[in-house]
Design a protein around this ligand. Structure first.
Ligand code: 5GP
Ligand code: ZN
Length: 134
C-alpha cells in the first residue's frame, strides 16, 4: 500500500521509536500516547483491519502482545495493561492498517476506559443470542 503510513513505518521509510521487530511484526511507540509506554503492534504486510488479517498473523500478534505487556510491567513498573484494536471507522479506527494498542496502566493514572453499558433484561439478551446463533 503506497500511501499507508504504517506500511512506511514497518519498512523504515518513516522514522518511529521501534521497540520490537521480527519477520512478521513490528512494534513501536504511539506518537500520541495515552500514557508513557503506549505501544502499537502492526503486521509488516498490509491488512486493513481484523476482518482481512490471516489467523496466523493474529496468533503471532496475540503472543507478542503478552510478551510486550510483560516488558511494560518489568521495565516501566506497569500494574496492568489494556490491549485494544479498532476495526472499522465506526469503531473509531483512524489508521487503516491493522494495529493493536498495548497500553500500560498505572495506579492512579486517572485514565478511564468505559463504554457506559446499560443493563438489559434477559429477553433482550436472549434475542441477541438467537440472532448470533441462527
Ligand atoms: P486508531 O485510532 O486507528 O485505533 O489508532 C491509530 C494510532 O496511531 C493513534 O493512537 C495515533 O496516535 C497513532 N499514530 C498515527 N500516526 C502515527 C505515526 O505517524 N507514528 C506513530 N508512532 N503513531 C501514529
Ligand atoms: Zn499498510
Amino acid at each position: 500500500m503506497d500511501n499507508c503510513i504504517f506500511c512506511k513505518i514497518a519498512k523504515g521509510d518513516i522514522a518511529s521509536f521501534k521497540i520490537y521487530e521480527d519477520d512478521t511484526l513490528f512494534a513501536f511507540l504511539d506518537i500520541n500516547p495515552v500514557v508513557d509506554g503506549h505501544l502499537l503492534i502492526i503486521p509488516k504486510t498490509h491488512h486493513e483491519n481484523i476482518f482481512d488479517t490471516p489467523d496466523e498473523v493474529l496468533e503471532k500478534i496475540s503472543i507478542l502482545s503478552k510478551k510486550l505487556a510483560i516488558t511494560l510491567k518489568e521495565k516501566l513498573n506497569a500494574k496492568a495493561v489494556n490491549i485494544l484494536n479498532a476495526s472499522g471507522k465506526e469503531a473509531q479506527q483512524s489508521v487503516f492498517h491493522l494495529h493493536f494498542h498495548i497500553i500500560p496502566r498505572f495506579e492512579n493514572d486517572e485514565k478511564n476506559l468505559s463504554f457506559h453499558g446499560e443493563k438489559k433484561e434477559a429477553k433482550d439478551l436472549e434475542r441477541v443470542k438467537e440472532m448470533l446463533l441462527s
